[in-house]
Design a protein around this ligand. Structure first.
Ligand code: NOJ
Length: 773
């Protein structure tokens, strides 16, 4: 293990925290990221780009800022794409991930086009390319930015090795409505956690600087507000107050941009009535003028043309004009539709867009290509690609990540891990227990099922000789009523093997009856979370609830592993132990086994409030105090309004005590930092992790502020009896917020409460004042 000093700046959302970190392969990651020369000289980049720009025709410029899909799934499609790029009508392609094909296409671009400008290849490397990490919401549940950084370092290395240069990630959309399927791609409900995870991912993808060898460009998305779609329905309109926008939805993006992200993707939906992809205020005033973003903005797929769909633009040409003028630099053209940027030469001739704006967009794209070293090293080393894709070290990063992302929600009587460790027979039950495709979750296209360790395989590999492991899927994961693009599009899904539920449920119950302990793996199928995977229910799909109830009714101990990315509503089912393993990735089953058998203690924490049922949505921990606060828990007459589990919650195989919360200064002046520390003691009998969480509450001021806001966290590993003092610094930024009444950021003279503990209900409290001297 190597120690790595990492500076984590959560920028607008939080304090700068310097922590000593250790994680596997830090040294390797560091070596890779610094192995290329230092960043290119700015003047040299500019000169190279100027020289190219001076030679380009309007058509070549429009092509340079157009990105085409290439699904390489039909010969006609491939032919069309090759013809477009050979004619320099595409500066970038997406959706090819085969190194041979990427190399072939690059040879055409470099050898056959007039100006020999290489293509920039983009891809959705969301949580791994070949080695699949847990899904992003799971990584957020680790409350450990090192997990995010290490995972995306591996993802970047694999992507770069096959010839990719750019990922459409991290997704930084705050999601407070678990009906929205894409909650899986982000860090959940909180901007501070979201910013920290976003920054770590940018660092993992890009390395020390844009152009670091073995790294790729990060593209935070979807700018901005996509997670707040009406009713949780994907792509629906978004209406956000400016307080929510500035205090909640924008901060993760600001942090990622401060961390040097080279690209930003504009969102599909309308924000307060103006499509985000045609929104000058967002793409230029905020992103460029206010935040100083230097990279390039790409549209979401077809989002430029969509300005027409939104009934915002008059026609396709107008859509191109409005998008470019708003600040979009590259159009990700619709997969099977019409590109809007194709019409830009005509708009230039008609004076609808300026030469300056057009050149600015082209310049930003060319700069990215120069910085990424594409002119020097455009091609793929095919042997090296295979070596990197098969690097066993990557699998260890994936397993470590999956171990650190699991959240133990319930463990009655300390069932885990001893019940598993001591069992002579284990029944493994559930449709997701041995499904490799489901174990890796959505947004993967290059994983190999045979390389994925399912929970069943993990348990079998781990169980001692002589321990009987029986398996039954029990029931089926039902099909969606409406298929998504991922099931029905150019990458059709593998068909599920269906069991006869009439007999399989009985068989499963029989196995549970005959086993010392049962591990059930239930949840949602991989295509039931993600894009186009919004859902109007939080129930277990199909007959899983019935299966769960029948297995619990055996009276034997039951451990439920949940595989999904939503807070599922388990009704009145009470298995003795529940652990959320999310979609844990290609080493997920190995990690689950290590957790179940107690080699590792779970230490993950919920990145969202676990609502009791669908009717409670949205429920967030950081709400405001309102009229009759005493009745806050009784706002529905039929049931408590408290959630099942609060934000930040998660158990361990050990126990911890928090004490001695100290605020370094009883009173500070505006602009001064406040040191805070708290002692965390492992009061149990085994080594385990705990996450120290710091929350603040402003008592009064220019605006009403949330009852609690996360402003610091640190995951620590403690030996039995060990006490660690965790230090935090509340920066002036942490105490500053956007007030809608003044339309500005303010820091009030006021009193703050500080809370520390292991979830958002932490009881340990202290106060400090902010006063002008
Ligand atoms: C649409 C999605 O919204 C976006 O996140 C993704 O990167 C693009 N499609 C490309 O696949």
């Amino acid at each position: 293990m190597t120690k790595l000093k990492t500076l984590r700046s959560a920028a607008l959302a939080g304090a700068a925290i310097i922590t000593t970190l250790s994680f596997p392969f830090a040294a390797e990651a560091q070596r890779r990221s610094t192995s290329s020369a230092t960043p290119l000289d700015e003047a040299a980049v500019r000169a190279k780009v100027d020289a190219l720009l001076a030679q380009m025709t309007p058509e070549e410029k429009a092509g340079q800022i157009t990105q085409y899909f290439d699904f390489t799934n039909t010969p006609e499609e491939s032919k069309r794409v090759v013809a477009e790029m050979a004619a320099a009508r595409a500066g970038s392609l997406l959706f090819v991930n085969d190194p041979v094909e990427l190399d072939r296409l690059q040879h055409i671009a470099v050898e056959k086009t007039r100006l020999k400008i290489p293509l920039l290849f983009g891809y959705d490397v969301i949580h791994g390319l070949r080695t699949i990490m847990p899904v992003p919401i799971a990584v957020a549940a680790s409350w450990d930015p090192k997990v995010a950084e290490a995972g995306q370092t591996v993802a970047a290395a694999e992507a770069r090795a096959v010839g990719l240069h750019w990922t459409f990630a991290p997704m930084l959309d705050i999601a407070r409505d678990p009906r929205w399927g894409r909650i899986i791609e982000g860090a959940g409900e909180d901007p501070y956690l979201g910013a920290a995870m976003g920054v770590a991912q940018v660092r993992g993808f890009q390395g020390a600087y844009l152009g670091s060898r073995s790294h790729i460009i990060a593209g935070p998305k979807h700018f901005v507000g996509y997670g707040a779609s009406l009713g949780g329905r994907d792509y629906d309109e978004v209406n956000l107050s400016d307080s929510e926008l500035w205090n909640v939805y924008l901060p993760p993006f600001k942090a990622a941009i401060d961390a040097g992200a080279g690209n930003v993707m504009s969102a599909y939906m309308g924000l307060n009535g103006t499509p985000a992809s045609g929104n000058h205020w967002l793409l230029t005033d905020v992103l460029r003028k206010d935040w100083g973003f230097k990279g390039f903005v790409v549209s979401d797929a077809g989002a430029a043309h969509d300005l027409l769909t939104h009934e915002f633009a008059r026609d396709n040409q107008d859509a191109g004009v409005r998008a470019l003028n708003a600040g979009m630099d590259m159009e990700m053209a619709p997969p099977f539709g019409i590109s809007a940027f194709k019409t830009l030469p005509q708009s230039l001739a008609e004076g609808k867009v300026s030469q300056t704006r057009m050149d600015e967009a082209v310049r930003r794209v060319l700069e990215a290509k120069v910085r990424m070293g594409l002119f020097e090293r455009p091609y793929v080393d095919l042997k090296e690609a295979q070596r990197v894709l098969n690097d066993p070290a990557h699998r260890i990063v994936a397993r470590n990540a999956a171990e650190r992302t699991a959240v133990l929600l319930r463990n009655e009587g300390g069932l885990l891990p001893s019940a598993i460790r001591n069992a002579k027979s284990i029944a493994v039950i559930g449709p997701l227990a041995d499904s490799a495709r489901d174990t890796v979750g959505p947004w993967v296209f290059d994983q190999k099922d045979k390389e994925t360790v399912t929970v069943l395989a993990g348990i079998k590999a781990k169980a001692a000789r002589g321990v009987r492991v029986d398996f039954s899927p029990g029931v089926n994961i039902p099909n969606r009523m409406f298929k998504s693009i991922f099931e029905d599009g150019p990458h059709p899904a593998t068909t599920r093997v269906q069991v006869d539920e009439a007999t399989e449920i009985d068989r499963a119950v029989g196995l549970a009856n005959n086993a010392d302990v049962t591990v059930m793996v239930l949840g949602e199928g991989w295509s039931q979370d993600g894009e186009q995977a919004s859902r109007s229910s939080l129930d277990l799909p199909g007959r899983q609830q019935e299966l769960l109830a029948k297995v619990i009714a055996t009276g034997k101990p039951v451990v439920l592993l949940l595989m999904s990315a939503r807070p599922l509503d388990l009704k009145d089912a009470r298995p003795q132990a529940i652990m959320d393993i999310w979609y844990p990735g290609s080493q997920g089953g190995a990690a689950a086994a290590n957790l179940l058998f107690g080699d590792v203690s779970p230490g993950g924490k919920l990145p969202y409030t676990w609502v009791r049922n669908i009717g409670q949505i949205p429920t967030i921990y950081s709400h405001l105090t309102t009229h009759q606060p005493k009745t806050f828990g009784e706002r529905y007459w039929n049931e408590p309004s408290a959630p099942t589990y609060p934000f930040g919650y998660g158990l361990s195989y050990s126990t911890f005590a928090f004490s001695n919360l100290r605020v370094g200064k009883a009173s500070v002046a505006p602009g001064e930092a406040v040191p805070v520390s708290v002692d965390v003691k492992n009061t149990g009998s085994r080594k385990a992790d705990e996450v120290a969480q710091l929350y603040i509450h402003q008592r009064y001021g220019t605006a009403a502020r949330p009852v609690r806001e996360l402003k610091g966290f640190e995951r620590v590993t403690l030996a039995p009896g060990e006490t660690r003092t965790v230090q935090f610094t509340l920066s002036p930024k942490d105490l500053t917020y956007w007030a809608s009444s003044t339309k500005s950021f303010v820091q009030d003279e006021t009193t703050f409460d500080v809370y520390a503990g292991n979830d958002s209900t932490a009881a340990l409290a202290a106060t400090f004042e902010v006063r002008k001297p």
